[in-house]
Design a protein around this ligand. Structure first.
Ligand code: NAP
Length: 252
């Protein structure tokens, strides 16, 4: 019997956006470690190339793609490069995203726009162009990176939570569109995961400690473990939502 620890992804192709760092990079390593061929997309070319080389040296197959998910032509090219190299897409993970924390009045409007373009428009674009390839396989998996902020609004989180509530809405719409075509849709809703996210979002010092106390955050590899566990379930079973907090995170 297959157990979550034994998810076998030989012959599967995964496309992961935001693979140059954090959760995306951990997912790439974990899926490749189970035999999947992985397409790794992000803006920082050198980072995705280094990760693809690392996966190759460990016996896996990886393709590095420079892509900006806010740009429609770039997304089309990313999907095409994946299909040209690996022949299709079975596992799609539109993970690229960023945070920004500020009160509504004090917010920088350009940062809001960048975040909305990346977290919402970028996810929609990735789905629009990649989903037909997943559907063409007759079965597959999509993991969308929402957040605990897609359920609960923290102070200063108007813009970020707006994007992640939107991702939840997109995930539900997608579920309705593709579930009868054999595609499983899972919303991942992590709490605090330590990555470059906190620097990019300009989190003020002490904020994570105020949420976690002395308790440890989630590591990106923990999210990858959860994804492997979902993938190991039989095809007729889908986990539609996964809220994953560090055990010590009381709020948000
Ligand atoms: N860390 C957390 O606590 C946490 C919690 C809940 C949800 N999440 C979500 O998890 C996802 C991954 O975050 P992370 O924690 O792994 O953060 P991270 O380490 O900062 O990684 C973000 C990734 O997104 C990519 N990216 C950003 N803008 C992009 C663009 N326009 N086009 C293509 N790629 C782009 C970055 O690559 P380049 O800069 O190279 O393009 C990077 O690979 C995000 O959607 C985030 O909202 C994170």
């Amino acid at each position: 019997m297959t157990t979550p620890q034994q998810a076998d992804l030989q012959g599967k192709v995964a496309l992961i956006t935001g693979a140059s760092s954090g959760i995306g990079a951990a997912l790439a390593r974990a899926l490749a470690g189970r035999g999947a061929q992985v397409a790794l997309a992000a803006r920082r070319t050198e980072r995705v190339h280094d990760l693809a080389n690392e996966i190759g040296q460990n016996g896996g197959q990886a393709l590095a793609i420079t892509a900006d998910v806010r740009d429609e032509d770039s997304v089309k090219a990313m999907v095409q490069a994946t299909v040209d190299r690996f022949g299709g897409i079975d596992i799609l993970i539109p993970n690229a995203g960023l945070g920004y924390r500020a009160s509504i009045v004090e917010s920088d409007t350009q940062r809001w726009k960048t975040m909305l373009d990346t977290n919402v428009f970028g996810v929609l674009l990735t789905l629009k162009y990649a989903i037909p390839h997943v559907v063409a396989r007759g079965r597959g998996d999509v993991f969308l990176l929402s957040s605990v902020a897609g359920r609960v609004v923290a102070t200063g989180g108007a813009g970020y939570s707006a994007t992640k509530f939107a991702v939840n809405a997109i995930g539900e719409a997608l579920r309705q569109e593709v579930s009868r075509k054999g595609v499983r849709v899972t919303l991942l809703e992590p709490g605090v995961v330590v990555t470059e996210f906190q620097q990019v979002a300009d989190y003020p010092p002490g904020i994570i400690e105020s949420w976690l106390g002395e308790h440890p955050p989630i590591q990106p590899e923990d999210i990858a473990q959860a994804v492997l566990a979902v993938l190991a379930l039989p095809p007729h079973v889908v986990v539609n939502e996964l809220l994953i907090r560090p055990t010590g995170q009381v709020s948000p």
